[in-house]
Design a binder for this molecule. Structure first.
Ligand SMILES: C[S@@+](CC[C@H](N)C(=O)[O-])C[C@H]1O[C@@H](n2cnc3c(N)ncnc32)[C@H](O)[C@@H]1O
Length: 438
């Protein structure tokens, strides 16, 4: 593959290209790299940059200089897949690398154009770019490190560049999970021992351990990647096994009734149905209804009996399935104790609230890893009325921040809130990857 690098500082690539696998790929004839400076396309003392129009400081690479560089390389080496770099570009990930590797190999010529200063006149990207790539939500001084990053990632996918292709496709982000932990000699280092299973010689057991470790790591730090990936049946099975068990409870006691009053609210059938269906959809183990009032418990029991063992079983089997997960309880404290008895460990209790709550550790919808790496079941607590009273917040470990939209209205029904919170917390939401094999 021909590779053209165009940069303000092409000398930055000298040691990069002259070392290790890059050097070997050139020696083997797998890549043929030429780097040029933008300065080669202006007369001596002529500038390659010019100030941006409008207020504010900043110099931009001149469009006609970039054009000359591109036309020179393509004139000599043929039409290229042209990649520009900018923070506003497509975020680089394994899917984008795979797509670029395929397109670059098909073109036979990959051109990487590294910006510098405040970037480029936007018309150049609009006119020439086949892809604009960002390497992260941050700003660097120039596009050369992004170009090197892209090359390291892309060339690993070109047959022959990395020794064993198998070691490439087993790496992080080739599937829904990151890589498992690896160990080498010595057996004990800094008091930490290599796990016995890794040295057991039992390939089946090692394989299973590795897969579980990969899932654990992904749950702790890369759930955003996992939830956006397509999970096959095997991956889904191990993921479900290792995801901590989730429970939820809808409180009709310890409720803020306004004007400094705390008390109970009434059970509603629609909350029970919708909560149960959301719970079933997201894989919640049990959905508790808390009310200390005997007559309210009787109303709920009549409804539950209909769906769990009455005519509802055949009338609507799906509803029966969902409602069968509902449990009655007289208090939050009793609910926590029931889950502890079932799981053998106290759940981490996470309250939800439409307002911020003083004195309780707050979580956002990006902190699942912090919770899940504690390897404990999770209980999500939902309030009714004007929300949970202080006495309820005093029993929880965390409070999840309010669900918000880009509006000034903050009055979701608890039914909607339950569904939105479950989805934000652990909804599965695979991305459609263009060209991915189904
Ligand atoms: C200082 S940056 C320009 C920043 C630009 N004004 C902005 O705020 O988006 C100069 C050059 O560095 C490169 N660069 C900086 N950060 C990058 C990133 N996150 N991904 C890809 N390229 C980046 C680009 O080539 C960019 O044109």
């Amino acid at each position: 593959m021909k590779i053209s690098l165009i940069s303000v500082f092409p000398q930055l690539y000298d040691s990069f290209l002259g070392t290790s696998l890059m050097k070997r790929a050139s020696e083997k004839g797998l890549i043929d790299v030429q780097a040029s400076s933008f300065f080669s396309y202006v007369e001596p003392k002529e500038r390659i940059d010019a100030p941006a129009f409008g207020p504010g400081a900043g110099m931009l690479l001149r469009p006609e200089v970039v054009q000359k560089a591109i036309e020179d390389h393509e004139g000599r080496r043929g039409k290229a897949l042209r990649v520009f770099f900018s923070p506003h570009g497509k975020l680089l990930d394994q899917h984008l690398l795979t797509s670029l590797a395929e397109r670059a190999q098909a073109a036979g010529h990959l051109m990487l154009i590294a910006g510098r200063y405040e970037g480029m006149d936007v018309r150049v990207e609009e006119h020439f770019a086949d892809e604009i790539v960002s390497v992260g939500n941050c700003v660097l001084m120039g596009g050369d490190l992004p170009a090197m990053m892209l090359l390291e990632g892309l060339l690993r996918l070109v047959p022959g560049v990395v020794g064993k292709q198998e070691s490439v496709t087993c790496d992080s982000f080739f599937g829904p999970f990151v890589d498992y932990p690896s160990y080498t000699e010595p057996l004990v280092w800094q008091g930490k021992e290599v796990p016995a299973i890794v040295r057991s010689g039992n390939h089946g057991a090692i394989e299973q351990w590795r897969q579980e470790q990969a899932v654990e790591r992904s749950l702790a730090g890369h759930f955003a990647w996992t939830r956006s990936s397509e999970l096959d049946a095997r991956a889904m099975k191990v993921f479900k096994k290792l995801l901590p068990k989730h429970y939820m409870v809808l409180m009709h006691d310890e409720i803020d009734l306004g004007e400094d009053k705390v008390g109970t609210t009434s059970i509603t059938s629609i909350d029970i149905h919708d909560g149960a269906r959301s719970a079933r959809t997201y894989g919640v183990e049990q959905f508790y209804l808390v009310t200390p009032l005997v007559d309210q418990q009787m109303i709920a029991k009549t409804l539950l009996d209909f769906w769990v063992k009455g005519a509802g079983v055949t009338y609507n089997p799906h509803r029966h399935d969902a409602v069968s997960r509902v449990r009655m309880s007289t208090s939050l404290c009793e609910t926590i104790a029931a889950i502890e008895e079932r799981e053998g460990v106290r759940p981490l209790v996470i309250a939800t609230s439409a307002k911020s709550v003083e004195g309780v550790r707050s979580l956002d919808y990006y902190s699942q890893g912090e919770v899940w790496s504690q390897h404990r079941p999770v209980l999500l607590v939902f309030g009714t009325g004007k929300g949970l009273a202080r006495s309820a917040f005093d029993q929880v470990d965390y409070v999840l921040g309010p669900v918000q939209g880009f509006s000034d209205f903050n009055h979701l029904s608890v039914r909607s809130a339950m569904a939105v919170v479950l989805d934000r917390w652990f909804g599965y939401n695979p991305k459609m990857i263009p060209g991915a094999k189904k």
